[in-house]
Design a protein around this ligand. Structure first.
Ligand code: UT7
Length: 324
C-alpha cells in the first residue's frame, strides 16, 4: 500500500477587472493583432489596489474547502507558491492561514515562479506520503500586475493576476498508476539562467521590489523543450503510455509554447487545456487555474489521468502526473 494525495477540492479566483489587448494598446506601443498572433492572449485580469495575493488566495481556498466539504480548521498544512507575496516576510501562506481560521499545523511559501505550483504540490505530496500531514491546501497565486513595468511592452502584455488551489487528502492506494491522486511530481532548476527572467529588485540587493524583466526568446527556446522532456520522463518513470494521458494541463504562458510542447510530446491539441487566451500568464496560478477551468467546463472528469508540465524563472521546470 502507498499513501496518495487525492484531490478532494479545487478552487479558483480571478479579480473582476479585465484588461483587453486594446486596453494595453492605449498604454504601450502594441496591438491586439501582435499580442494574439505571438501569444494567443486576448484578455487578462488585474487585481485592484486593495487586493493582495493573500486575499485572492483566501477566496480560492474558501471555494476549494467548500468543494471538499471542509473548513480551514481541517487543514494540517498550507503550501503557497507565489513570486508576488503580500510582504517580503512573513509568508503569504500565514495570512491565508489566519483568514481561514486555521489555528494549527503549518503554512509556508515556495518561490519557483511559473513552476511554483508543481514545487508546492511536490512538498505537500511528500509530507502526505510520509504520514506527516493528512489534509493539505496547495495554492498558486499571483498579483503580477503589481510587479509589472507598464512602460515595457515586451512584458506588460503577457501577464495577469489570479489564484488557484487544490485540497489534498491522504488516502491509501495500491501504488500503481490506477490509483487516484498525485502519482508523481518531478521538479528541476538550473540557476545559470536566472538573469533571463527575474525581478529587477530584491531586499538584499537594492532594497526594492522590482519589476519583471525577461529575455523572451531565451525563455521561449527552453520552455517547450523542457516541458516536453520532463513530461516524457515522468511518463517513463511511472510506466505510463502517452496514449493513457487524458489531458495535458500545462503552464499557460503562450499558446505557441503550448502547441510546441504538445507537438514535441506527440499529444493532439484537442487533449490540451488552454486558458492563456483568457488569463494570460499568471505564473504560479496558471496550472491550478487551468485545472479549475477544466473541471468547471466539464472536460476534466474523475478518474482521468492528467499530465501537468510547467517551466519558468530560475529556470525552474517540472511535471506532475495526477489521476483525478
Ligand atoms: O512562463 C514563463 C515565462 N514567460 C514565457 O514563457 C514567455 C516566453 N516568451 C514568449 O512568449 C515570446 O518570446 C514573446 C511573446 C515574449 C515574444 O515573442 P517573439 O515571437 O519571441 O518576439 P520577439 O521577442 O522575437 O520580438 C519580435 C518583435 C521585436 O521587434 P524587432 O526587434 O523585431 O523590431 C519586439 O520589439 O516584436 C516586438 N515586440 C512587440 N511588438 C508589439 C515585443 N513586444 C511587443 C508588443 N507589441 N507587446
Amino acid at each position: 500500500m502507498t499513501l496518495r494525495s487525492r484531490i478532494i477540492g479545487i478552487g479558483s479566483f480571478l479579480p473582476e477587472h479585465i484588461s483587453t489587448n486594446d486596453d494595453m494598446a492605449k498604454i504601450v506601443d502594441t496591438s491586439d493583432e501582435w499580442i494574439v498572433e505571438r501569444t494567443g492572449i486576448r484578455v487578462r485580469h488585474f487585481a485592484d489596489e486593495n487586493m493582495s495575493s493573500s486575499v485572492m488566495a483566501t477566496k480560492a481556498a474558501q471555494q476549494a474547502l467548500a468543494n471538499a466539504g471542509l473548513t480551514g480548521d481541517d487543514l494540517d498544512l498550507i503550501v503557497l507558491a507565489t513570486v508576488s507575496p503580500d510582504k517580503t516576510f512573513p509568508a503569504t501562506a500565514v495570512y491565508v492561514q489566519a483568514a481561514l481560521g486555521m489555528k494549527r499545523g503549518c503554512a509556508f511559501d515556495v518561490v519557483a515562479a511559473c513552476s511554483g505550483f508543481l514545487y508546492a504540490l511536490r512538498m505537500a505530496d511528500n509530507m502526505i506520503r510520509l504520514g506527516q500531514v493528512k489534509t493539505a491546501l496547495v495554492v498558486g497565486v499571483e498579483t503580477l500586475s503589481k510587479i509589472t513595468d507598464f512602460k515595457d511592452r515586451n512584458t506588460c502584455v503577457l501577464f495577469g493576476d489570479g489564484a488557484g488551489c487544490v485540497v489534498l487528502r491522504a488516502e491509501e492506494g495500491k501504488g500503481t498508476p490506477a490509483d487516484r491522486g498525485v502519482l508523481d511530481t518531478l521538479i528541476y532548476s538550473d540557476g545559470s539562467y536566472a538573469p533571463d527572467l527575474c525581478s529587477t529588485g530584491g531586499p538584499s540587493t537594492n532594497h526594492e521590489v522590482g519589476y519583471i524583466t525577461m529575455n523572451g526568446r531565451e525563455v521561449f527556446r527552453h520552455a517547450a523543450v523542457n516541458m516536453a522532456e520532463v513530461s516524457q520522463e515522468i511518463l517513463d518513470k511511472n510506466g505510463v503510455a502517452l496514449a493513457d494521458v487524458d489531458w495535458l494541463v500545462p503552464h499557460q504562458a503562450n499558446i505557441r509554447i503550448l502547441e510546441a510542447t504538445a507537438k514535441r510530446l506527440g499529444i493532439p491539441m484537442e487533449k490540451v487545456i488552454s486558458t492563456v487566451d483568457l488569463h494570460a500568464n499568471t505564473s504560479a496560478a496558471s496550472i491550478p487555474l487551468a485545472l479549475a477551468e477544466g473541471v468547471k467546463s466539464g472536460k476534466l472528469k474523475e478518474g482521468q489521468l492528467l499530465l501537468l508540465p510547467g517551466m519558468g524563472a530560475g529556470f525552474t521546470w517540472g511535471a506532475s502526473l495526477i489521476r483525478l
